[in-house]
Design a protein around this ligand. Sequence first.
Ligand code: PEP
Length: 251
Amino acid sequence: MRTPFVAGNWKLNKTPDEAETLARCVVDAVSGVTDVDVAICPPFTALERVSSVVCCTGVGLGAQNMYWEAEGAFTGEVSAPMLLTCGCEYVILGHSERRQFFGETDDTVNRRLKAALSADLKPIVCIGESFDERQANVTEQVVETQTRGALDGISAEDAQGITLAYEPVWAIGTGLTATPEQAEAVHAFLRRVLAQIYDEDVAQGIRIQYGGSVKPDNAAELFQQDNIDGGLIGGASLEADDFAAIVKAAI
Ligand code: PEP
């Protein structure tokens, strides 16, 4: 039985002061919720402040990206050991905005993933097709290639600590959501791919979140699907009450 997992991706939003306030509201709004893993992922500059708020509350802390080297001449990058010193438990990797705007590829996602796992961070690996790819009926090929590329060389044991996030690019921040049936079909397909890469047991243990315009009014129907194990939430995670309602929809 997989525990649902709902994570908030705050993207490029919130100063440290604002982040601390929002984190306090999230902690209050989800207090008492059990049987769902919850995490919030503020920008790097707010990680330490948010860490002091969420520490020991049951709300986990995640970063939105990291580099694969631990230190060195890599201007502008942040490493896994640095995230650990800020109190991070999770890290989002390969978000479509990173792929679209910052040149991330399946290979660089794979390198980041290996470094995150070596550092004992829990990765959330994002995959998803563009609007054109869905129109061209190549969604399955696209998400299979991204999944196999990200997981290349990752052992079955390590794979069980990974969360996959299926995020159709056309649904991110657009207000368009995949229907529960569309999302479930891709999630079920991904689980078959995971069973081919590893085995059925491993595939059944890996959580697959859905992301793309999840809101309080559509979350429950999405999360009720057999292969949808919670969500990666962008816009709606910036409102504590909306985020908490989405978390509660995963119970
Ligand atoms: C995201 O950024 O991962 C995301 C799913 O965004 P939104 O919920 O705003 O579509």
